[in-house]
Design a protein around this ligand. Structure first.
Ligand code: SF4
Length: 461
């Protein structure tokens, strides 16, 4: 029994595509909140929804009979940052269940920050932005003013997540059964100072705050001793933004590095010394928001980076033995047939080990959303239900089928190139499928050549 229950609303099975990847991460953000509450002397129960169904939450409520329930999404989790409607439905259902036992309820997370009114209408305290301090005040019976909470300017005193509150063995088992390794999530920083105009940063905005590298390394050392993860996933929007921070972290890790994956930007990785430090620290895979092979589209996105920088970064990463992933977007306004072909050709040229392809997705609060959806009807609910949806949600020069075909072409070419580089049995079994589909989808794209009214001489093949 505990009068305060903290609950996480991500029930992985609600997003079938995400669940199929079998890469569950413990809910780090809510677990930091639990650790802070414990440090302040609160007795707190925790509900981890990851492997269960929303209905399971009832058992937690019945078991603890809490008088206060905090329902938190994880702002470090990519899927929750996408504000999928399945997470909102789960949170609102949990609110209903908690209120049914007479509990006072607080909700927080990226979607709450985007649409506090939707949650406030359910009779709860909706916290916008960074919520840790607000939850502490609320748990002590204090009032939490509506509106945005100030993000922390210093992360030194933020405790490590209360990892012991989740079934770590289960996370490890799912990962290792599916991938042969267990990857655990660690955060070194909050926020991102860049301004890509389609990127929603509802929790921390453009304010960037980083933990001391010594503290991060101490956390990783403790995690290795206690749980023996095989690999780390740094959840930061951009890992190692500051060169000197990265150099200090690499110096700490160099004698006993743990493999890690992270996100970065091409323009930060054009200096060989930086990439060398990534390698010394243990980087095995770096994902770049490449987005497009067209400088024109990158400029339209306010990406503040160039295609040549993508080339330089990809080659440097390759030289240091670090695998590369490219996030690619299709259909951003300004992308015509020629620009799309530039993206396809860039992937052919640089051959990243991984690609993640989606159509551009306008998130509330972004310049991109303002340009494409603001003013149209029913925008409050303009969102993908799950991460598999990949639906174009705004007026675009080509139909959805064009983008679906382009995605398939990229995936097929990538799979074929990967097999040519590293032949595997699995790759061999899939090869006929890709070889059969490629011409069909390529012809589908080709049939729309010129449909956007753009000049075709910017390089189309
Ligand atoms: S660099 Fe990444 S996190 Fe930062 S604004 Fe651009 S897309 Fe968003």
């Amino acid at each position: 029994m505990a009068s305060l229950l903290v609950a996480h609303n991500l029930h992985a099975a609600l997003d079938p595509r995400g669940a199929a990847e079998r890469k569950p991460y413990p809910p780090m953000g809510p677990l930091v909140t639990v650790a802070e509450l414990e440090r302040e002397g609160h007795e707190v129960a925790f509900y981890d929804g990851t492997f269960g169904a929303v209905a399971d939450f009832q058992a937690a409520l019945d078991g603890h009979r809490p008088t206060r329930v905090a329902i938190l999404a994880d702002p470090h989790n990519v899927s929750q940052k996408m504000c999928l409607s399945v997470w909102r439905s789960a949170a609102l259902e949990m609110v209903r269940m908690a209120r049914a036992i007479g509990a006072e309820v607080l909700v927080a997370g990226p979607d709450v920050s985007d649409h506090p009114d939707v949650y406030a209408a359910s009779g709860v305290t909706a916290v916008v932005g960074e919520h840790d301090d607000a939850v502490l005040r609320w748990a002590s019976g204090g009032m939490v003013p509506p509106g945005r909470q100030s993000p922390r300017s210093n992360l030194e005193h933020v405790p490590v997540p209360a990892w012991d509150r989740v079934d770590m063995g289960r996370y490890a088992q799912v990962w290792r059964a599916a991938h042969g390794v267990w990857e655990l999530n660690v955060s070194t920083a909050r926020g991102c100072p860049f301004r890509c105009n389609w990127c929603a940063k509802p929790t921390w905005g453009r304010r960037y705050t980083v933990r001391p590298p010594e503290q991060v390394w101490a956390e990783i050392t403790a995690l290795r001793e206690r749980y023996q993860p095989d690999r780390i996933w740094f959840t930061d929007d951009i890992f190692g933004i500051q060169k000197d921070w990265l150099a200090r972290f690499a110096a700490l890790a160099a004698s006993n590095p743990i493999p890690f994956r992270c996100l970065s930007r091409a323009d930060l990785l054009t200096d060989p010394a930086v990439v060398q430090n990534l390698a010394r620290a243990g980087a095995v895979e770096v994902w770049l928001g490449a987005e497009s092979g067209s400088d024109r589209v990158l400029t339209a996105m306010d990406k503040d980076g160039t295609v040549d920088e993508i080339r330089t970064a990809a080659r440097l990463l390759h030289n240091y033995g670090i695998q590369t992933g490219f996030f690619l977007q299709l259909g951003y306004p300004g992308e015509g047939y020629a620009e799309l072909m530039q993206t396809i050709r860039l992937v052919r040229e640089l051959q990243p080990e991984q690609i993640g392809v989606s159509v551009s997705y306008p998130l509330p609060g972004t310049v991109f959303w303002e340009r494409t959806l603001a003013g149209s009807a029913d925008t409050a609910d303009a969102r993908w239900a799950g991460s598999m949806e990949n639906r174009v949600m705004f007026a675009s020069p080509f139909p959805q089928s064009f983008y679906d075909a382009a995605r398939e072409v990229l995936r097929a070419e990538h799979a074929i190139a990967r097999f040519a580089r590293t032949p595997t049995l699995d790759g061999a079994l899939r090869l006929p499928w890709h070889l059969g589909r490629w011409p069909v989808h390529r012809a589908r794209i080709w049939s729309h050549r010129g449909a956007d009214g753009e000049r075709l001489d910017r390089g189309t093949h």
